[in-house]
Design a protein around this ligand. Structure first.
Ligand code: COA
Length: 210
């Protein structure tokens, strides 16, 4: 499958900061930017920048970011699912995982996460993909936000729902291990039925339980 990446952008002002939301951003441009010190939910900012540069260089990888001049204050990643996860079992060329979304503390709750998804899905090429996100409460910044798991889950539903990512049932043991965890997905308009059938088969692998 050819992965077509068309650039889109949008401007926003949050807490007096003029932001450009843009992407997919090429690896070399991302490597030349700076990462805000508030981007530390998953790794220290320098290491997260390196990981994102690698994703941007993948044929299917997409990084959409929010920046003030050359300072990155938020990002979304889209790439093939981890080979260790069941979502890669069928090796679907048209299934991407929204692997991480992070917004720096100083501009949170200002609509940037929703804005990044808007830019991400502005590319018509996204209609050729199933995009999934696996939400595990242990990845959430409960401490930094002061939200409880259900309040945080609501925020994730609002963010993902803004791009028509819908809750989907699955018997994946890690997702089922806590009721706040969930699978959400968006099936693009041009995704062929065969891919949807293969995705459904990955969602349910213990049918004897039902
Ligand atoms: C989760 C996260 C990405 C949200 O980003 P954000 O830019 O603050 O989200 P938005 O401003 O677009 O908010 C989306 C909705 O949630 C609400 N919201 C966001 N933060 C909130 C908070 N702390 N309390 C209550 N509501 C909140 C917004 O008001 C908005 O609601 P609306 O749709 O009714 O207007 C951000 O908190 C973050 O980076 N967290 C750490 C990393 C993480 O947990 N990522 C998710 C797992 S990969």
């Amino acid at each position: 499958m050819e992965h077509i990446k068309r650039y889109h952008s949008k401007q926003m002002v949050v807490n007096g900061r003029k932001l450009l939301l843009e992407g997919p951003v090429p690896a070399e441009r991302l490597a030349a930017m700076r990462f805000d010190e508030g981007l530390k939910a998953f790794r220290i900012p320098e290491e997260q920048q390196k990981a994102l540069v690698e994703i941007a260089a993948l044929p299917e990888g997409r990084i959409i970011l929010a920046r003030e001049d050359d300072l990155v204050l938020g990002y979304v990643t889209l790439l093939y699912p981890d080979p260790m996860e069941r979502w890669s079992q069928a090796q679907l060329p048209d299934l991407l995982e929204l692997g991480a979304i992070e917004i720096s503390h100083s501009i949170r709750a200002g609509g940037v996460a929703k804005g990044l998804l808007e830019v991400s899905f502005s590319d018509d090429a996204m209609e050729d993909y199933i995009v999934i996100t696996t939400e595990y409460y242990w990845h959430w910044d409960l401490k930094g936000t002061g939200l409880d798991v259900w309040e945080y889950r609501k925020v994730m539903e609002k963010v993902m729902g803004s791009a028509d990512m819908m809750w989907m049932a699955t018997d994946d043991p890690e997702i089922c291990s806590h009721p706040a965890n969930c699978l959400m997905a968006r099936i693009g308009k041009r995704v062929p039925p065969d891919s949807i059938v293969a995705f459904d088969a990955m969602r349910f692998q213990n049918r004897y339980l039902f």
